[in-house]
Design a protein around this ligand. Sequence first.
Ligand SMILES: NC(=O)c1ccc[n+]([C@@H]2O[C@H](COP(=O)([O-])OP(=O)(O)OC[C@H]3O[C@@H](n4cnc5c(N)ncnc54)[C@H](O)[C@@H]3O)[C@@H](O)[C@H]2O)c1
Length: 331
Amino acid sequence: MNSPLRVGLIGAGRIGLRHAHNLLANPNARLVAVHDLDHGAAERAAAGVARIAADEAGVLEAADVDAVVIASPTPEHAGQIVRAAEAGKAIFCEKPVTLDLASTRAAMARVTALGVPFQIGFNRRYDPTFAAIAADVHAGAIGTPESYRGISTDAAPPPEAYIAVSGGLFVDSAIHDFDLARFVMGEISHVTTLGRVLIDPAFARHGDVDTAIVTLSFASGAIGVIQNSRRARFGHQVRVEVYGELGRVEGEDSHTPRIVRSDAAGVHTPHVAGFLERFAAAYRAEIDAFVANVRRGEPCTPGATDAIAALAIAEAATRSLASGAPEAVAT
Ligand SMILES: NC(=O)c1ccc[n+]([C@@H]2O[C@H](COP(=O)([O-])OP(=O)(O)OC[C@H]3O[C@@H](n4cnc5c(N)ncnc54)[C@H](O)[C@@H]3O)[C@@H](O)[C@H]2O)c1
């Protein structure tokens, strides 16, 4: 394809607006249509450039749309994915595809059967720090990897209305950590979860936890641990450490601007406020990769298999929270 990829956006909230900005900045893409139930949100994302579609068919089935970016709330994803796939569109969909494995498998089976390009929004794979860690490990820089540690904290808990429909800590948030661990280290066979409500009683009201540790057994024999918290006074943090026979590779936040002020009270550097700031480069890179791969006819990554695998780990972690026992990851 020589002409720019014509992209339609469904859902223009927090993350959809970011995708719209990144599409508008990409010379190989053209944002042609936006649909959001909230007209104001659609208008902001359309930026006076794209047309505003009155309903989802005006994007998902429109003749002037080659590819769709789905950034609506998770319960909307499956129906919109299948509708777009049946209309022959390439699809970028935010994580998770759905809140349960059976419906995710069904949607992904439809996408695969129809043969349309599909990318899932596991943006951390496109973060320069974590991409470099994965490349180092895959190149054998630390020899055979033996153990893995991932830490993720949100700056502050989400509103209760979000908690109520999020699918829980593991499906909503730690799914990024599970995908990253799998990306760096390979398949995960078993998990064991310890979870507590230590921050906000709202999580308990929805059968959820706000603080958790999940141990990982990799198919390779390596072991790992993921530590999650819905609150950190020092801001958003994502950290990875991999230990192997020849050494360790580790990476964390990219503070921007990277200034360090030292005074009588101590040494200070700015917080990273949230994921939109922390992963700005990754959100841009994942959309750029989607656009480039669809235009070239190359496979998109991470794809349907990765969407299913990370959700299977999140489901096993949720089961282990209830059982207190190690749980096998469905294959
Ligand atoms: N990859 C990431 O880092 C990341 C970060 C945040 C959210 N997400 C995912 O992105 C999705 C959206 O999350 P958000 O935080 O942007 O939510 P949000 O509530 O900020 O935005 C969702 C938008 O979709 C609109 N909407 C609701 N129903 C719709 C429908 N049927 N058709 C079209 N538009 C509809 C809403 O009006 C709203 O503007 C979720 O699946 C979430 O898990 C991913």
